[in-house]
Design a protein around this ligand. Structure first.
Ligand code: HEM
Length: 536
């Protein structure tokens, strides 16, 4: 068989396989569920969902029109379900009958170790998660206060450098600060200890991908998790990759071309760092020294048949990235809102000036404006704004708010077939007017100060009824960590600096979604410029 025949045969098998998948997915049970018209057979509504200029342009309209469960089109005519209904979300939150969907799963497997707590499935999840929980209890997180305060001091120095120029990009500063905090808390290391190569790789993952050259295109597809520079082609290739069975996809990523080498190198570096920390801790302990430095140091003393050193190492790439980008972007959006709402900023500053001094976590928790502000930022800018899940068996999704089908019938449950992609619409849940009131689309921290709370009806999770950290057994491991870190950074910076928006519109950030909600300039570059003045 010559090369052409072989290529034809492979292409035919692939075409047959894809047609089979299209047919399989088209036989979904969602035909009667209403939803927006699809502008394209190839892309369905995916480009509207993912590449709108300002995140949510279409989604929030669809929510108003069709309610908290509706059908959208995926690639090649595939039906997908979008839910922001409380009962449906609660059902899905434990992921019992759902695994990560093609987009999240694909990106996750390429970026993180398959043994990381986010990627392991039910059987292993509890085994891996339980020992990690110890580093993220309220008490454990309080012990990180000195770390957060030290990093906040460094941020102050960096903001002072900006005030000499007056307008500066705060996004990378928050990126470095959150990486520094998680690195010290988890690994007991400083940013310098991570090494120049890790830092430059991290910057590339967070900021520098462009979709132009082949190398960058492939990198962007694989690491779309972190980049705001997505294009329609990248999303299409990503979707096609999602249809290739996992073992083949994993095998393909072993082809020794530059982009694949880069992503594997990034993971390898994280693992090396994790292994070194474990080794140093063991050496210290064998010499009778404490050897507990950061969460990893504590975990080394507690390994056994169910949680090994390999399990610890496997968390490194995930913890460093999940602990960095989510919190950095949330902080960035928070400071943009402070710059837009100067009166509120003044009130918050007054509260901070009146309360500070004790450096106690309890004090932060009793500052009403500070916490109302943080909750409102988390409501309006949930880092994981929408996330795809794949049903692993036939299930019936319950709805707390019934919907009207295209046949005019009212239904309060939706049958889902195994293999169906269902989106969890975090941002939509948090913009629903029936839940948050007619001003749900406005930034209004005072809603959290109302007697009876901000939410009408039942919520989905333990923290402020927000879905931002999800909930159930898979609730964000670092949610308390992120809250205290943000409380400390905000108090430090708002006490000392005044923030306003730059005059030039091209420097004003928009909101774009690429796995996390990101601040981007009109040209797509991830950045957020603010005018900063010292006040104290
Ligand atoms: C504002 C900040 C943050 C937000 C909004 C956020 C959001 C989330 C969400 C929505 C998930 C669930 C994802 C899914 O199941 O698909 C998650 C999981 C996770 N997060 Fe966070 N996160 C934040 C900060 C952090 C921090 C600071 C850390 C670590 C220090 C962290 C570590 C993790 C880990 C390890 C998981 C996987 C948990 C599991 O599957 O059991 N996150 N986060």
């Amino acid at each position: 068989m010559d090369g052409i025949q072989l290529a034809l045969m492979v292409a035919s098998i692939l075409a047959f396989y894809l047609s089979y998948l299209v047919l399989l997915r088209r036989s979904s049970k969602l035909r009667d569920v209403r939803g927006p018209a699809s502008p394209s057979w190839i892309f369905g509504n995916v480009l509207q969902l993912t590449l709108s200029k300002n995140y949510g342009e279409y989604e929030f309209q669809w929510l108003k029109k069709y309610g908290s469960a509706y059908r959208i089109k995926g690639f090649f005519g595939e039906d997908r379900l979008m839910v922001s209904d409380t009962a449906a979300l609660q059902y899905m939150l434990n992921r019992e009958h759902f695994v990560l969907g093609p987009s999240f799963g694909n990106a996750g497997r390429l970026t993180y170790s398959t043994g990381s707590v986010w990627l392991v499935e039910e059987r292993d999840h509890k085994r891996v998660r339980t020992p990690l929980n110890a580093g993220f209890t309220a008490a454990a997180v309080r012990s990180y206060i000195p770390i957060f305060e030290r990093v906040a001091q460094i941020l102050t120095e960096q903001f002072d450098d900006i005030t000499s120029d007056s307008v500066g990009d705060v996004s990378p500063l928050f990126g470095q600060a959150t990486l520094a905090a998680v690195t010290e808390a988890v690994l007991g290391l400083s940013l310098d200890d991570l090494g120049d190569e890790y830092i430059s790789t991290n910057l590339k993952l967070m900021y520098e991908f462009k979709g132009s050259a082949f190398k960058d295109l492939v990198l962007t597809i694989m690491c779309r998790t972190m980049t705001a520079n997505q294009s329609a082609t990248q999303l299409l290739v990503d979707a096609l990759l999602g249809w290739i069975p996992v073992p083949f996809r994993d095998l393909a990523s072993r082809i020794p071309v530059e982009p694949f080498k880069f992503i594997h190198r990034a993971k390898y570096m994280s693992n090396e760092i994790g292994m070194k920390v474990i080794q140093n801790s063991k050496n210290a302990k064998s010499r009778g020294l404490d050897g507990t430095c950061g969460l990893y140091g504590d975990l080394v003393g507690n390994t056994g048949p169910t949680f090994s050193e390999r399990d610890i190492v496997d968390q490194t790439s995930l913890l460093l990235l999940a602990g960095q980008d989510t919190t950095a972007n949330t902080l960035t959006f928070g400071f943009i809102e402070l710059a837009r709402n100067v009166d509120f900023q003044e009130q918050l500053r007054a509260e901070i000036h009146a309360s500070l001094g004790s450096g106690d976590a309890k004090t932060y928790d009793t500052m009403p404006l500070l916490n109302a502000f943080i909750k409102e930022v988390l409501r309006m800018y949930p880092a994981v704004a929408v996330s795809d899940r794949l049903a692993t068996e036939d299930v019936v999704l319950p709805l707390s708010e019934p919907i009207i089908t295209s046949q005019g019938t009212q239904i309060s449950e939706i049958p889902i077939l195994k293999g169906q992609v269902v989106y969890m619409g975090t941002a939509q849940y948090q913009r629903s007017e029936s839940r948050w009131g007619p001003d749900a689309n406005e930034f209004n921290p005072s809603r959290w100060l109302k007697e009876g709370g901000a939410l009408n009806g039942e919520g989905v999770s333990s923290y402020a009824n927000l879905l931002t950290f999800f909930g159930g057994s898979r609730i964000c491991l670092g949610w308390r960590f992120a809250l205290l870190e943000m409380q400390i950074f905000i108090c430090e910076l708002v006490a000392k600096f005044h923030f306003s928006l730059p005059d030039e519109d091209h420097l004003n950030a928009r909101c774009r979604y690429a796995f996390t909600l990101q601040p981007v300039l009109p040209d797509g570059k991830k950045a957020a410029f603010l005018q900063i003045k010292r006040v104290m």
